[in-house]
Every structure is written in C-alpha cells, then in structure tokens.
Design a binder for this molecule. Sequence first.
Ligand code: GAR
Length: 220
Amino acid sequence: MEVSEWCKIAVLISGRGTNLESIIKSVETGYIKKAQIAVVISDKRDAYGLVRAKKHRIETRVLEAKDFPDKKGYEEKLIEILESFNIDLIVLAGFMRILSPYFVNHFKWRIMNIHPALLPAFTGLHAQKQAVDAGTRFSGCTVHFVTEKVDQGPIIIQAAVPVYVDDTEDTLSQRILQYEHKIYPKAIKMYVEKKLEITGNKVKIKDERFEENVLINPNL
Ligand code: GAR
C-alpha cells in the first residue's frame, strides 16, 4: 500500500503526553490501521510528551508563542509545519492554546480535541475541579471535533465515570484519564476508517454495532 493512502496525523501537546502515548500505542499495535503519526508539535519546549515521541522515533517540533508577535503569526507557522507533513488529521491532546477561527476553518472537520468532562458541562480550564466543586455524581471525558466555539464542537464519543464525595481534583482526574486513553484511540480509529458523519452538531457513527457499544457498554 502506498504511504499516501494512509492517514497522516499530527498530535499537538503542551505537557506530559499520556494521551499521546496511548495514541502511539494504538497505532503501533495496529488497533488504528493505515495511519501514521507524522509529527508531534508542542507549544512548550519542556513538555514530557516530546520525550515520549522521540522514544518512538516520531518527528517533533516546538512552537512557543513567545517567539511570535501575535496569534496569527503563530498559527501561520503552525499551518506551514502541518502542511509540510501533509497532515490529514490534527489531534489536540492536552494542547492548551485556543485556536482561532482562521486556523479551525483552514482544517475544517480535521481537528479533534479531548476534554476531561462530559461536555457541554464544565468547559474551559480545570474541568475536573469544576465537577468536584459542583458536587456532580458523574463526570467523564469527551472527544469532539473542534469548531470556532471552544469546547462546543460535535461530540464523537464520551465516557462517564462516577464522582465520589471525597474525590479531589487529582483523584477524579486519574479516574477520567484512564477512559481518555480508551476513547481517544477509538475516535481516531473511526475517523481513519471514515465512519464519522457530521450532520449539524451531531456525529453519526456509520457502524451500528459500534453505536450500540458506545451507548451501552461502560467498559467500551
Ligand atoms: C488531559 O486530561 C486532557 O483531557 C486535558 O489535558 C490533559 C492532558 O494530559 N485537556 C484539556 O483540559 C483541554 N481543555 P496528557 O498530556 O497526559 O495527555
């Protein structure tokens, strides 16, 4: 098979990169087929995710905001790098910068994000702390397509976890993270296999068996 038929993925990170690691493993084990992580881009030079990428011999780039006069300049450079790798799908994995409509529309329906809450609840920063403070009984994680509106794009997949009365931001984050590592590879796999159909603000999964699994199997 020609490499050009493969889905070329860029993973954007800012920190430790545990989601990145789970995605790398999913590609390496063949869970996600016909896909290649072509580049990992970080907006922080010291992000541990860069170390993880290098261990797997994946190309890395660092793009720090302080080196650019403004957001437009930053994003133009980001687009230049992504296009130089012929990227098909951009995966935000703990990338803590808000992307402008200019960038999002350039890669329309080709950007995914993971958020540590059951969207549309608890958008923005410290989503796990927001859930603990609100006394909610359930929270979870969401993979969604990125649109101009932060944390509001069409939802691809979610996983729910219980929130206990003595949870802290840290204990809940750990519980949610285990599910992040399951649902992100699953969402990417479905994208690569062209099983995601966007209609309005909804994502239809073109695989009845899968739709059932997402809805009723808590273990995914
Ligand atoms: C994850 O919990 C992810 O959901 C969150 O950052 C963490 C990154 O962890 N993302 C957001 O809060 C985006 N709004 P990781 O670097 O270990 O993958």
